[in-house]
Design a protein around this ligand. Structure first.
Ligand code: PMP
Length: 393
């Protein structure tokens, strides 16, 4: 039985503030902090290089984390590479693919900048990029995607959940379209990993770009790139840890996935992320999903009932709610919430300027929820926003 009050005991900071910014980055449970603490105090060594005991334990724990992540997403561990964040994962695909002039990429207007700019920049190499529109709730129709596929299309890059609208895309339908047309499919699961069931093996996507520091409850500075066929991607960075044999004239790449993990990685971060994945698994992703969606839907419905408050996104939203109070700058809304009630929400453009432009707005406030968010926090937010709306109307 999912007991949020028990979960909250693992997040001491929640006694101090109402944290409603988990879509930006999540709070970390004590077992994740303990796993990283253990690394530093008990066996801190380098990964994969060296025969001594600390290095051996470190390498074992790092690989345990890879296995945990692979198992969680139901994919082989050789396709799992640890990165710094979702943004790095997406760029590794954009920069690691050998593009030909005239190749075509499909993305959408409701992407985070991290899943838009790497593709837009490919235009410099002669790649054509189509940006598919969404409806007013941020939902992209798979038919609209299929309509723009041509015989030059090589990649479809679409989010699972929009970080502004909270709308979930029909990723299964997109995956089918990609398969039918023999096009690669990259899914940005920054807002769904750990909060929605994700069987990447069954989905059949070619790439998934995953943050470690949000729903998976790992530390900041961790991310994951999943590749179905890793040999098709060229490592963007080379150097220590990526090669097998080196002469002054040439080198051969190391095995997969090592060839993609350059230099000394974020070892404590990856170990913490592995523990975060186990923590999420023990709570149960389906229960987390039901919990965060219920909070977000209740929050959206109640905010929308307040006069002079506008809420964006679909009714069947996932874990977040973007909103505006008429005549009040969203940064002021966020500041007042923080200063008067210690409520932390995000404000601004959410790195999603094209999504906001669709609605002819330049910013919003955003409340987002995680496995540790409680109903009382929704109550606190709704009451505080009602007060702000009243005093500015
Ligand atoms: N895509 C989406 C949908 C996001 O919400 C975010 C983060 N807000 C990103 C990509 C970028 O994630 P990261 O900070 O892990 O690079």
């Amino acid at each position: 039985m999912f007991d949020v009050y028990k979960v909250r005991e693992d997040f001491p900071v929640l006694k101090e503030v109402t944290y409603l910014d988990s879509a930006a980055t999540s709070q970390k449970p004590l077992p994740v902090v303990a796993a990283m603490d253990e690394y530093f105090t008990k066996y801190c060594g380098s990964y994969g290089r060296g025969a001594h005991r600390l290095s051996r334990v470190t390498t074992e724990r790092y690989e345990d984390a890879r296995e945990a992540v692979a198992g969680f997403f139901n994919v082989p561990s050789r396709g799992i590479v640890f990165t710094r964040n979702t943004t790095e994962s997406i760029n590794m695909v954009a920069l690691g693919t050998e593009w030909r002039k005239g190749d075509h990429v499909i993305t959408t207007v409701v992407e985070h900048h991290s899943n838009l700019l790497p593709w837009i920049r490919l235009r410099e190499k002669g790649v054509e990029v189509t940006v598919v529109d969404s409806d007013d709730r941020g939902v992209v129709s798979p038919d609209a995607v299929e309509k723009v596929v041509t015989d030059k299309t090589r990649l479809i890059a679409i989010n699972h959940v929009s970080n502004f609208f909270g709308a979930a895309q029909d990723i299964r339908a997109v995956a089918k379209i990609a398969k039918k047309h023999n096009v690669r499919y990259l899914v940005d699961v920054a807002q769904s990993a750990g909060e929605m069931p994700l069987d990447l093996g069954a989905l059949g996507c070619d790439f998934a770009c995953i943050p470690g520091h949000k729903g998976l409850l790992g530390p900041q500075g961790t991310g994951i790139l999943y590749m179905k066929e890793p040999e098709q991607l060229r490592p963007v960075f080379v150097g220590g840890g990526t090669v097998h044999t080196v002469t002054t004239g040439s080198f051969t790449f190391d095995d997969i996935p090592s060839r993609f993990e350059y230099g000394t990685p974020n070892i404590p971060g990856v170990i913490g992320l592995g523990r975060g994945v186990e923590y999420v698994k023990a709570l149960g992703v389906r229960d987390i999903e039901a919990h965060v969606n219920a909070l977000a839907r209740d929050c959206a419905r109640r905010l929308a009932e307040i006069p002079h408050v506008e809420v964006y996104g679909p009714e069947e939203r996932t874990s977040l709610v973007s909103f505006n109070v008429e005549n009040v700058n969203p940064h002021d809304v966020a500041m007042i919430l923080d200063e008067t009630k210690k409520i932390c929400v995000r404000s601004g453009q959410h790195c999603a300027q094209t999504a906001l432009a669709r609605l002819h707005i330049t910013g919003s406030a955003r409340a987002s929820f995680a496995c540790y968010s409680a109903k009382e926090e929704v109550d606190a937010l709704v009451n505080a926003v009602a007060q702000i709306a009243k005093s500015f109307s």
